[in-house]
Design a protein around this ligand. Structure first.
Ligand SMILES: Nc1nc2c(ncn2[C@@H]2O[C@H](COP(=O)(O)OP(=O)(O)OP(=O)(O)O)[C@@H](O)[C@H]2O)c(=O)[nH]1
Ligand SMILES: [Mg+2]
Length: 242
């Protein structure tokens, strides 16, 4: 199984070296850092650490899409993670295992599982948003997978991602994938992951009130738009194993 890791990174010069430096190279074939407009040395540091750097149009979703487009055509699985050092790459085997065994198509890390998060790594508002969105999705898709988080750290079978026809260009990308995965009938799982405070640098989302409000409004838009498009899946289409 060939694996491409995709990391959207905007002004992460203080963290990207650490993040790429933690890559489990024995498990993955390439690490792509998508830099769309950094004004610091993110690209150079990522490259020096062993990543391939590509650029994209502005926006988190645009960066993820550009990473998908740049991934080697032979890659079977795409792993997404943040470039701030908060995600723990040691969990990669747990994300990849169910896909490699042919049991799942999308495996998401949940920061709200059994592990203790590093204190301060998630705001209360993020924990609440994860719960709230999960509850709304349960109402909309009672037989769909029960998500507990919207963590960026996830692995997806490439053919499955292609089938989702992702459209979102900004911070609704993660949630759009989760909703479309239910609607499309992907086999989904969550695995508990550790989560750390960002390694260095400045938060682009949770630590900035304006950006947080923008992200929240985008998430609500995606929730309404994509959920409205979705048809209710048959119970047999999704599994809820953890
Ligand atoms: N390429 C790209 N990356 C982005 C953009 N916005 C954010 N990112 C990256 O997306 C990831 C998540 O952003 P963070 O600032 O860590 O957001 P957060 O996790 O809510 O905030 P922290 O609590 O500080 O970690 C990081 O790797 C950012 O560099 C963007 O517009 N383009
Ligand atoms: Mg972060």
């Amino acid at each position: 199984m060939r694996v491409s890791v995709i990391i959207p990174a905007l002004n992460e010069a203080d963290s990207i070296g650490f993040t790429v430096g933690e890559m489990p190279w024995s498990l993955i074939n390439e690490c792509i850092v998508v830099d769309n407009g950094s004004t610091d040395a993110t690209a150079a540091i990522a490259r020096a650490a062993g990543a391939r750097v590509v650029t994209a149009a502005r926006g988190y979703g645009s960066a993820c899409m550009a990473g998908v487009a740049a991934a080697q055509p032979t890659s079977d699985v795409l792993v997404f993670m943040d470039g701030d050092g908060a995600d723990v790459t040691a969990h990669m085997p747990e994300l990849l295992g169910p896909i490699e065994r042919g049991e799942k198509d999308l495996v998401l890390g949940t920061r709200l599982g059994t592990y203790q998060r590093e204190p301060g790594s998630m705001l209360f508002s993020q924990v609440f948003a994860a719960w709230f969105v999960g509850a709304l999705l349960r109402l909309r898709f009672p037989h769909g997978f029960r998500y507990t988080d919207m963590s960026a750290f996830r692995a997806v079978r490439r053919t499955s991602l292609d089938a989702l026809d992702m459209q979102e260009r900004t911070y609704g990308w993660n949630l759009e994938m989760q909703i479309r995965a239910i609607v499309t009938g992907l086999r989904i799982a969550e695995v508990p992951v550790h989560y750390r405070c960002r390694y260095g640098g400045v938060s682009k989302v949770s630590g900035d009130v304006r950006a947080s409000l923008k992200a929240a409004s985008r998430i609500v838009q995606v929730l309404l738009r994509v959920s409205a498009q979705g048809r209710r899946p048959r119970p047999s289409q999704t599994t809820t194993s953890r």
